[in-house]
Design a protein around this ligand. Structure first.
Ligand code: ADP
Ligand code: NI
Length: 216
């Protein structure tokens, strides 16, 4: 029964996000779903809640829907239609509203299920895949690869984060390199190490190529 609802959720999300072009497409969701299952296996969590939240976690993001409110009510309506108990729906909606890097802004999440989904989503923002997603997102916004005129600022307000003058290489310092230390679960902490190292290596190489003239 739960298995059927999960597969039906996956199908619904796949249809909705199949043409999404800013790095929040179905394949991001599928990776987060897989990460969440892997991480959840070592935690005492309700895997039904974890899987539904992982699958639907970007459906209330205003990059994907017109408003967070509309997104949330649509999810609510969909879950109700599938006969998901309201206690489960409440947990899923709470997770979706709280895990975003911007929304959550480092605040502690209450449920272990939320922590698992947040870790799963954050893992997809780092490493080789994270690098690819950052440049995809940037391309969709017309943001430069690197602009040495901008300052690297580690603390940004939500508005600055959204609209601020930045470049994708700056985004690594603003967010991506911080994620390793923000993981909640042991499994994700371990998985983040290699991905983090790969980003550091990537940046090193990037600046090596960028500074070419000075080396000569
Ligand atoms: P979340 O959904 O966790 O709140 P975002 O929606 O901000 O995170 O980011 C989704 C993806 O887009 C991530 O992989 C993130 O690194 C990337 N991204 C967000 N903002 C930028 C930016 N200014 N430059 C490059 N990539 C970005
Ligand atoms: Ni996501």
């Amino acid at each position: 029964m739960n298995e059927e609802i999960i597969l039906s959720a996956a199908e619904m999300v796949r249809e909705k996000l199949k043409d999404e072009g800013s790095g929040h497409d179905w394949f991001h969701i599928e990776r987060v779903w897989k990460n969440a299952i892997k991480i959840g296996q070592s935690e005492k969590v309700d895997m039904f809640v974890v899987q539904l939240a992982a699958l639907m976690h970007d459906l209330a993001d205003d990059k994907v829907v017109s408003s967070e409110e509309d997104g949330i009510s649509e999810i609510n309506y969909w879950l109700e239609g599938e006969g998901v108990p309201s206690a489960v729906t409440e947990k899923v909606l709470m997770i979706i509203q709280n895990i975003s890097y911007k929304g959550g802004n480092g605040q502690n999440l209450e449920s272990l299920e939320a922590k698992v989904v947040q870790d799963a989503d954050r893992l997809d923002a780092i490493g080789a895949i994270g690098i690819a997603r950052a440049f995809t997102y940037a391309g969709s916004k017309g943001q430069p690869i690197f602009d040495p005129r901008y300052e690297v600022r580690e603390e940004m307000t939500k508005e600055e984060y959204r609209n601020g003058k930045t470049s994708t290489i700056h985004h690594f310092y603003e967010k991506l390199l911080k994620l390793k230390n923000l993981m909640n679960t042991e499994t994700a902490i371990k998985m983040a190490q290699e991905r983090h190292q790969f980003m550091e290596q990537y940046l090193e190489e990037f600046f090596k190529e960028y500074m070419l003239e000075e080396d000569e």
